[in-house]
Design a binder for this molecule. Structure first.
Ligand code: GTP
Ligand code: MG
Length: 205
């Protein structure tokens, strides 16, 4: 998982369950084609995209979660790889983008909540923040969501952010990557880049 990273310092990393639209978002951000797919597990290795003009890389990490035909131990290995990657580059990752499926996330979180189970999205959100990475949740596929405010408030609640979601616009960014509607994410990312004194990277968002 580490071999392919270009020799670049600063990074924005996309992380999230399989099939939520990370690679589609990567394509929107970079303007370059990235393999995407109907089935989970399309991205098995990190996709990196860097520009000649800046010491900067965007990374689309493999997805985690149920993938048809992928055995449990391979999935765990993928998850461990993702966690190690993030720990290793925590200093360089200026913004972590946790991508979730706006229509399904709350239900999946609730289904996996229990006395000895922490849902992946919740775990990853806290992990990113624990290692000191400013984090934005890109709530994707909003084109499929009817009760927009209800869904976003519900997600905030699960992540430990007191609703209404509108007071968390630096953290909660409703988007539709497939439709090219990612302005809320760009704004949130710019907010964190500004905090890091990196307005020079606004050209990419
Ligand atoms: N309706 C809708 N579908 C989307 C959106 N973004 C992505 N998709 C679809 O979701 C599916 C998965 O997209 P990918 O970008 O391959 O997802 P991924 O998160 O990279 O998946 P893995 O590589 O398996 O982790 C594809 O069929 C996309 O066309 C969106 O904003 N709205
Ligand atoms: Mg992918």
């Amino acid at each position: 998982m580490f071999e392919t990273r270009p020799d670049r310092s600063d990074e924005v990393a996309l992380v999230g369950r399989s099939n939520v639209g990370k690679s589609t978002l990567m394509r929107e951000i970079t303007g370059h084609s990235v393999p995407t797919g109907q089935r989970p597990g399309v991205t098995q290795q990190p996709n990196h995209f860097d520009w000649a003009s800046a010491d900067f890389v965007v990374t689309d990490l493999p997805g985690f979660g149920f993938m048809e035909g992928v055995p449990e131990d391979v999935r765990e290995e993928t998850k461990t790889g993702i966690v190690r990657y993030i720990e290793t580059y925590a200093e360089q990752i200026l913004v972590g983008v946790l991508v979730v499926d706006g229509k399904a996330a709350v239900d999946i979180i609730d289904r996996h909540s229990g006395p000895d189970e922490i849902p992946y999205d919740v775990e990853m959100f806290h992990f990113l923040r624990d290692v000191g990475i400013p984090t934005v949740v890109a709530v994707n596929k909003m084109d499929k969501v009817d009760d927009r405010d209800g869904r976003l408030d519900g997600l905030c609640d699960r992540l430990g952010l007191v609703p209404p979601w509108k007071q968390w616009q630096e953290t909660i960014a409703p988007i539709s990557a497939k439709r090219g509607n990612i302005e809320a994410l760009n704004e949130a990312v710019r907010h964190h880049l500004h905090d890091a004194n990196r307005d020079d990277l606004f050209q990419f968002f």
